[in-house]
Design a protein around this ligand. Structure first.
Ligand code: PMP
Length: 407
């Protein structure tokens, strides 16, 4: 597909016009959280300024307008993810909430001593810690599928580890640290053939790749709204309808019931039985607008645009003496983790900030992955379709300056 023109898309993002420390902002931290287009900001504003009301409870005009917009967002997101039905989408506060929901409602009741959950070395803590918590409660254990130096999952090893004790395999679609794009269809198929449930952490995939959960063939797919141009505090758990039918609710409260008696409660149908209490209405209306915005640009075009940017940035960074890139997978999203010999990543990020360049430094919520590479932290530049080559040039220039000062 033809690449997106930054001159056309950048004006959609008001924050990109600002300056930081007197320099034009170069935002290279989209894997941390994505910037929001005006369409999203305006959708949130319109809800609060024109039809703020609670959803599903009121019969008055504002309540109906709010409910229509909120449930309309579910339709938009169902289409965005390639779901069979809107009822397969549970609104959550983010990926973290989505994975915990599966851990407690799906995995916990099924796990016994001797069972296992399989994860990979490259998981975010959000896809490790919930499993550890349910393992601790049930006597199950966590197994880990290894990666190679380039940051690619060893698929054969992953498949070998899918033994009958494994009740669920949880793996990321795209690594937030390395950018590695995992062969999720192949992995989900291997799980399915062995009757093992699969959960995919789609946090870093949803903003960048065309998605179709049906064709991936997994059981659960989690996304977080704020990384895909939407508001913070929003996320979606997509799950096969039969799982949502069978799973008990995680939270109890209003809006998730059909009938409450002190002798017992009849729950609402999915997805509502997992959505207790007043939700983040404005957030999900904004997330619907975000999905529409991204679809309007075209996910295949976004993917191609970012891939070109990744190649440009990788080539430029390789010219910086003493710079080591972590993650050189053959299939990679626009994320580059790196270190420069003799320079602390936090010092580097702080100095880059003075040049207006925003990158993240730290362990990226992936301690086991840092341990694998034997480093405490890395710096990470993560790009989106709204970044330009000129920004990459400014980043590399700033980095060269920082290196001279610190190395
Ligand atoms: N998984 C991955 C791969 C991520 O990058 C992140 C966010 N850094 C998360 C999970 C957690 O997302 P959230 O904090 O929005 O729930």
């Amino acid at each position: 597909p033809p690449l997106l023109d930054p001159a056309v898309v950048r004006p959609d993002f008001p924050v990109l016009a600002r300056e930081v420390h007197g320099k034009p902002l170069v935002y290279l931290d989209s894997a941390n959280t994505g910037q929001k287009p005006r369409a999203v900001i305006e959708a949130v504003d319109a809800y609060y300024s024109q039809y703020n009301a609670n959803v599903a409870r009121a019969v008055h005009a504002l309540g109906e307008e709010a409910t229509t917009a909120y449930e309309g967002a579910r339709d938009t997101l169902a289409k965005f993810l390639g779901a069979n039905s809107r009822d397969e989408l549970v609104f959550t506060s983010g990926t973290t909430h989505a994975i915990n929901l599966v851990a407690y409602s799906y995995a916990l009741p099924r796990l016994q001593p001797g069972d296992s959950i399989l994860v990979t070395t490259m998981e975010h803590h959000a896809n490790i810690v919930p499993w550890q918590l349910v393992c601790e409660r049930t006597g199950a254990t966590l197994k880990v599928a290894p990666i190679n130096e380039a940051g690619e999952l060893l698929v054969e090893r992953f498949v070998e580890l899918l033994t009958p004790d494994v009740k669920l395999a949880a793996f990321t679609h795209v690594s937030n640290v390395l950018g590695t794009i995992n062969p999720v269809r192949e992995l989900a198929k291997a799980c399915r053939e062995r009757g093992i449930a699969s959960l995919i952490d789609g946090s870093q995939a949803a903003p960048h790749l065309p998605l179709d959960v049906k064709s991936i063939g997994c059981d659960f797919y989690a996304v977080t709204g704020h990384k895909m141009a939407g508001p913070t505090g929003t996320g979606v758990l997509w799950a096969r309808a039969e799982h949502l039918e069978a799973m008990p609710p995680f939270f109890g409260g209003g809006d998730m019931i059909r009938k409450v008696r002190f002798s017992g409660t009849v729950f609402a149908d999915p997805p509502h039985k997992f959505e207790a209490g007043t939700p983040n209405i404005a957030g999900f209306i904004g997330l619907g607008a975000a999905a529409e915005y991204l679809s309007g640009l075209g996910m295949a075009r976004i993917d191609a645009t970012e891939h070109a940017l990744l190649e440009y940035a990788t080539d430029a960074l390789k010219q910086v003496p003493g710079l080591r890139i972590f993650g050189e997978a053959a299939h990679k999203a626009a994320v580059i983790s790196f270190l420069i010999d003799g320079v602390q990543s936090h010092d580097m990020a702080t100095m880059l900030d003075l040049e207006g360049v925003a990158v993240r430094s730290g362990h990226h919520c992936a301690h086991p992955l840092m341990d694998f590479y034997g480093v405490p932290a890395t710096a990470r530049a993560s790009m989106a379709f709204y970044n330009t080559r000129e920004e990459i040039d400014r980043f590399v220039e700033a980095l060269t300056k920082v290196r001279k000062l610190l190395a």
